[in-house]
Design a protein around this ligand. Sequence first.
Ligand SMILES: *Cc1c(COP(=O)(O)O)cnc(C)c1O
Length: 437
Amino acid sequence: MTSQVHDISRTKSAELFEKAKNYFPGGVNSPVRAFKSVYGTPLFIERGDKAHLWDADGNEFIDYCCSWGPLILGHNNAEIREAVSAQLHKGLSFGAPTQLENSLADLIISNNRYIEKIRFVSSGTEAVMSAIRLARGYTKRDKIVKFEGCYHGHSDSLLVKAGSGLVTFGETSSAGVPKAFADETIVIALNDKAALDKVFSDFEGQIAAVIIEGVPANNGLLIQDKAYIQYLRDITTSNGSLLIFDEVITGFRLSFEGAARYYDIQPDILTYGKIIGGGMPVGAYGASKEIMGHISPDGGVYQAGTLSGNPVAMAAGIATLSILSQPGFYEKLEETTLTFVKRIRDFITEKNYPVSIFTIGSIFWFAFSQDEKIQTADQIAPSSMEKYKVMHRELLNRGIYFGPSGYEVGFISAAHTSEDLETTHAAIQEALEIVFK
Ligand SMILES: *Cc1c(COP(=O)(O)O)cnc(C)c1O
């Protein structure tokens, strides 16, 4: 029997949100936080510890949003906290090189066969924007190709039918992006070899790069087949275009070497963000020495940053990646995730509910559909989001925090205990019973 639960108290959060609306557009500093796609107003968070969050009203949640991916070790990890606090006593920023940048770069490059040189920036958006400029500078071509259902941050060239927040709000692109920019970006469907063929024949010799999310995870979880990614690798190579893997979510999430390792395919440029800074603002892009040699001051592609390689953020990154590089880390996390997902799947099958749960690494996504595979954006019915809204509300009421949109994936961290997962499992069963009542 489904237990009836009361709506959580949001008095304090609602008050804070009213105030925030005076300060920020929509009351937030990033649109999807506004809870437009789910019931109620956003929860204002006070603190996090391990897999748990506490909001301004004192409600406690088990967190599966994990700051949208960075927190693979959960909240308030002792090793990260100590590394950051040790650095805080030495200074926050110098605008000069530090040994910390070398240490983080060494940790990454010596454990990643896909890049030889790296450049640190301060966000995923900045990493991708710089990678696109590098590809254009390197190939001396202007056009780029992206996929419907992939999100690459909010730089102008890529706000063309972007996913996530934008799809949630039912828009296809952003106001303020000059048409001339959008004209340089060609958007095609995922998992469609014929579309790739057509792009390369229609724009022969003009395409600087094709950019794809390692595993698209910003608009549902659209896991691509290796054969398709291999096709993409081959067609870019034979046309002299670069292949960019945007690994801002998948980098250090699927494994230390991300989606490139998962497919066993060498892209030309890789972008990172989220986990790389352990919760601090860090992004990065990397490639071969030859391609990276085109970046300023060695080469003619300009890219810079006042706070790039920030020492406090580097310290958080080093502490995080040191833990992730230990043998067995990813195997254990994936096993935990699979066990969690399998139990939900068994329940869904037993009840014959029209919902599927997709998973890769420690990422999972609920699709309110019975398709066995979902690999393109248009396979996701907007109407299915109504069911997610109900599930989201029922989960919050039971102390489980999922991302505030059905297009968002969930993350399991190394801090989620079997007790956390057990509690969550019970809550999901009850929530689904209400969704399908
Ligand atoms: C989050 C994300 C970005 C943007 O990163 P920000 O740090 O939010 O600027 C870019 N690409 C992918 C694949 C992402 O998931």
